[in-house]
Design a protein around this ligand. Structure first.
Ligand SMILES: NC(=O)c1ccc[n+]([C@@H]2O[C@H](COP(=O)([O-])OP(=O)(O)OC[C@H]3O[C@@H](n4cnc5c(N)ncnc54)[C@H](OP(=O)(O)O)[C@@H]3O)[C@@H](O)[C@H]2O)c1
Length: 347
């Protein structure tokens, strides 16, 4: 595509992947005008195959728009589609400068995603990710691409892109972060809000599922697994990585936690389910914590996320914002794309 241009490969074409492509269609004029960045899509892939531009080119925008109308698993049935072509094959054949990974976070087996990332990063490209698993499970293999060759961008993985990762990665560069405490799981934040509004655990969980906040199998949220992954990603960002398997899960959200939430509220505090990262102690854990008035952890309501960052050099810094949602997550991918292009010298 020439100077000032990047070819994007989009792996995963579900809620987030599609919303990212929609946003790209809306904003590609702005990217060119404001940053001199021209983007094209070299492939989009779902679990069944890919739509791939031939000869290292990019897909016609009209075809990209048609892909948005294809049913789930259907991109490879469009003209030029390649049923059965996986992401690995698409990287081989379609030509990609930046891989956007919006495939499911599979902690039990980070391949093939980790392999895709290492392949792109190792050949001088960049990765922009919503997929949390490779960082939480294999940060040691990726850390070089966070700081010394910064071509891996992943702020969508925590707080759906409310820019905590940018803050820790760049805002705190060269400083000593002592503690990060975050209510970083929208589902359990919602449940604990409903607890103090008088709902039973069962009712609140059903509501959360009906509203699309909780998965049909909510255990990853309730048992602290999602929070543990985010704690691991935060520790990866700060150096002193604590692998997902070493993040202690000290509490869960259940009927008993609901009782505790009501007792905390009666005593003027609010119960939160948090991830805590203490880099100097080499410790990360998930626990229930009683937040005091004056803390952003106290103030949040519903699915909203909040975090407090304490450093050796300054008092607490607080951030709150959305923690889920395809639009917010897609916007984080878009802003990471601009950052990646800038660092790669494309702008
Ligand atoms: N949704 C959010 O608010 C949010 C926020 C932050 C981070 N995330 C992360 O973003 C990622 C995507 O979430 P989502 O909600 O968009 O999930 P989703 O709707 O389930 O979409 C996942 C997509 O990945 C595709 N896929 C699965 N395995 C694949 C493979 N081996 N190769 C290529 N494509 C494959 C699926 O294909 P089919 O279409 O064929 O099924 C689907 O298109 C997850 O890692 C999630 O944790 C999501």
């Amino acid at each position: 595509m020439g100077a000032g241009a990047v070819r994007l490969g989009v792996a995963g074409f579900g809620n987030v992947g599609r919303e990212f492509v929609r946003l790209l269609l809306e904003r590609r004029g702005l990217l060119e005008e404001r940053y001199g960045l021209r983007v094209g899509v070299s492939f989009v892939a779902d679990s069944r195959g890919a739509l791939c531009a031939a000869g290292g080119g990019v897909l016609e925008w009209g075809l990209v728009e048609r892909a948005l109308e294809a049913p789930r698993g259907g991109v490879s049935r469009l003209p030029g589609g390649r049923p059965g072509l996986g992401v690995e094959g698409a990287l081989e054949e379609c030509g990609t400068d930046v891989l956007v990974d919006a495939t499911p976070s599979r902690y039990e087996d980070v391949e093939p995603a980790l392999g895709w990332w290492l392949r792109v990063l190792g050949s001088g490209g960049a990765v922009v990710a919503a997929d949390k698993a490779p960082l939480a499970v294999a940060c040691d293999r990726l850390a070089v691409y966070i700081y010394s060759k910064p071509r891996l961008y992943y702020k969508a993985t925590v707080m759906a892109g409310t820019p905590l990762i940018d803050l820790l990665r760049w805002g705190y560069a060269g400083r000593r972060v002592e503690r990060v405490v975050g209510a970083l799981n929208g589902t359990t934040n919602y449940l604990l809000t409903r607890a103090v509004e008088g709902a039973s655990f069962g009712e609140a969980l059903r509501e959360a599922q009906e509203r699309g906040y909780a998965e049909p199998d909510p255990s990853a949220d309730l048992e602290g697994f999602d929070l543990a992954a985010k704690a691991s990603i935060v520790s990866c960002t700060l150096g002193g990585w604590i692998p997902l398997g070493r993040v202690e899960r000290r509490a869960r959200v259940d009927g008993e936690a609901f009782e505790r939430a009501r007792r905390a509220t009666a005593a003027g505090r609010r119960l939160r389910y948090v991830a805590v990262v203490e880099p100097a102690a080499g410790r990360a854990y998930v626990d229930l914590l009683e937040a005091e008035p004056g803390s952003v952890l106290y103030d949040i309501r519903g699915v909203e996320n909040a975090v407090v960052v304490e450093s050796a050099e300054a008092g607490p810094v607080m951030l709150r914002g959305p923690g889920a949602g395809a639009r917010a997550t897609a916007a984080a991918l878009l802003s990471d794309l601009v950052e990646a292009a800038s660092v790669m010298g494309v702008l």
